[in-house]
Design a protein around this ligand. Structure first.
Ligand SMILES: C[S@@+](CC[C@H](N)C(=O)[O-])C[C@H]1O[C@@H](n2cnc3c(N)ncnc32)[C@H](O)[C@@H]1O
Length: 214
C-alpha cells in the first residue's frame, strides 16, 4: 500500500465524532479544580496541556477558551499552549483551519462566540488568531512505543480514543500517559473508558478523571 493509500485508509476507519464542550462536566472540573491548583503550583507559568486524539479541534479549542477566560489579564504572564495530536492528517488540517459551522458555534455561551470567533458567512465562523495560535497541532500515533516529548504534561485529555484499543494496548497507553505526567497531574478519559484500578497507578478522582500521585 502506498503512503497516500494508507493515509486514506486511516482517515476512513477512524471515527472522528466530536463537539465543543463534549462531556461538559470534565471541562467544569478542569476550570474549577484543576486550573486553580495549577495556577498556584506551576511556578514557571508554563502550563503543559495535551489533547491526545483531538479530532477536528473542538476539544483543544474548548480547553484554550477555558484557560483564556480563567487567566484573564494574567494570561500575559503565562505560556499556555495546548498541544493537540491525532493520527489523522485530515482532521488535523480541519482543526488547524479553525473553521466551524455556525450551527456548532451557536451552542457555545454568547461571550465565547463574541471573544473567540469571527463570522465568515451564514454558514461558517473561524476561531480568532489569538486563540488559534494557542493550540499546536501535530500528527502522532498513540501506538508509538515512545512519545517524542521532552517535558512532562500537567494535564492529558485522551477521551473517546481508547474505545478502539484492545485491553493490552489500552493498558500500555495508560502507563505511557502516567510516565508523561508531572506528579499531581491529571488524566481525563472518555466516560465509557474507565481504568481498572488494579492495573494502573493512577488514583480515581471523579468519573473518568484520574490523577498521578503528588
Ligand atoms: C471520537 S474522536 C475523539 C475526539 C475528542 N477527543 C473527543 O472526545 O471528542 C477519536 C479520535 O482518535 C483518533 N485516533 C484513533 N486512533 C488513534 C491513534 N492510534 N493515535 C492517535 N489518534 C488516534 C481518531 O483519528 C479520532 O480523531
Amino acid at each position: 500500500m502506498t503512503g497516500e493509500a494508507a493515509a486514506t485508509l486511516v482517515n476512513k476507519i477512524t471515527t472522528n465524532h466530536t463537539y465543543f464542550m463534549r462531556e461538559a462536566n470534565h471541562f467544569y472540573y478542569f476550570r474549577d479544580k484543576v486550573l486553580p491548583y495549577l495556577s498556584e503550583k506551576v511556578k514557571q507559568k508554563d502550563l503543559r496541556i495535551w489533547s491526545a486524539g483531538c479530532s477536528s479541534g473542538e476539544e483543544p479549542y474548548t480547553l484554550a477558551m477555558i484557560i483564556d477566560e480563567f487567566l484573564g489579564k494574567e494570561k500575559l504572564l503565562w505560556d499556555t499552549k495546548v498541544l493537540a495530536t491525532d493520527i489523522s492528517a485530515k482532521v488535523l488540517e480541519q482543526a488547524s483551519s479553525g473553521i466551524y459551522l455556525n450551527e456548532e458555534v451557536g451552542t457555545l455561551p454568547p461571550q465565547w462566540r463574541l471573544n473567540y470567533f469571527t463570522r465568515i458567512d451564514n454558514q461558517k465562523s473561524i476561531i480568532v488568531d489569538r486563540l488559534r495560535n494557542e493550540v499546536i497541532y501535530r500528527k502522532l500515533n498513540l501506538m508509538e512505543r515512545n512519545f517524542p516529548f521532552r517535558k512532562l504534561f500537567h494535564v492529558i485529555f485522551c477521551r473517546n480514543v481508547m474505545i478502539y484499543f484492545d485491553t493490552q494496548t489500552k493498558r500500555q497507553l495508560v502507563q505511557k500517559f502516567y510516565n508523561s505526567l508531572e506528579p499531581g497531574g491529571y488524566l481525563f478519559v472518555g466516560h465509557s473508558e474507565s481504568l481498572n484500578p488494579e492495573e494502573t497507578s493512577f488514583k480515581y478522582v471523579i468519573p473518568a478523571v484520574y490523577r498521578k500521585e503528588q
